[in-house]
Design a protein around this ligand. Sequence first.
Ligand SMILES: *Cc1c(COP(=O)(O)O)cnc(C)c1O
Length: 376
Amino acid sequence: MNRKKIWLASPHMGGNEMKYVQEAYDTNWVAPLGANVNGFEEDLMRCTKSAGAAALTTGTSAIHLALIMLGVKSGDEVLTSSFTFSASANPITYQCATPIFIDSEKASWNMSPELLEEAIQERIAKGKTPKAIVLVHLYGMPAQIDRILEIANKYDIPLIEDAAESLGSRFKGKALGTYGKMGILSFNGNKIITTSGGGAMISNDVKFIEKARFLATQARDNAPHYQHSEIGYNYRMSNIVAGIGRGQMEVLPLRIEKKREIFKFYKELFADIPEVTLLEEPNEDYFSNYWLTSITINSKDKDREGLRLALEADNIEARPLWKPMHLQPVFADCPAYTDGTSEELFNNGLCMPSDSNMNDEDMARITKVVRAYFKG
Ligand SMILES: *Cc1c(COP(=O)(O)O)cnc(C)c1O
């Protein structure tokens, strides 16, 4: 096959990344600290209107630190979305705590407030108040954050927002990641912006941010020698990587614009294909970065695997939606509050190629394959 590969999402540099990386070289700040780390954190704070940001090695490490700071430890229970990437749940197990999985609602595909409250009441009745909630905003789409926050407050359970896929998304005009005690972001290779690999924690409580920086640099006490009274981690973002981040932040608005155009392209493409439903903003409160345009297929003779293979045959990458955590072998023993929603999404859903590098020619190729598949 000699057709150019169309990716689900690929790194998309803006142009100034090398300038910031070069500055780090020129000033010899090839270190896990420096002007780019500070500058990138300021960019993130400005973009999300949060009081503090800590640049870290990964989104996963950001979730881990958030759980540590909320005191999650062995034997505790932490509620989290079942419909997500494993990185939302893995750090719960790093603390030897148990993830409790909550199914999705149908409008945003994110955590169901009803099932969340049911789970909280049942866990409390069984004798354990959950220690935290890790709420995921998937594919850039805001969860029903106002309702979830209300429940979290009612039972006095701290909320962590996993906004790894949702930088630039907002609910009622407020950036995702700034509703809970802490929000986490990821800059992995296929996210809306990338630093090759990287993550961050944002918060309006600067005490959390300062503590995260402390824990992320091996928990060194204030002393001329190396003095430690707590277990530390090596989770700080490097100054080179942060240079890429600064360049990427300059083009984030452009990337969101393009992702929203891609969503519109699919909306038109599927307009006369009634078997297909798109994940879209339920109402004006929601603003999605549309990181990946996602669909479900409801048909007797067409399915997501058929469409995926048809695209693959033309060297176009599409991917099934996340397989829910409560269906993953590794989490088989964890309690789960489910009603079949995320399982159905997984069975029928597909992430369409949503690469901001795509051009009109690429979209024409996708159009052709999709039309042929549904007409065939
Ligand atoms: C990517 C991702 C993460 C983890 O981020 P990394 O930077 O890859 O560690 C966490 N949660 C979700 C929902 C993600 O998509």
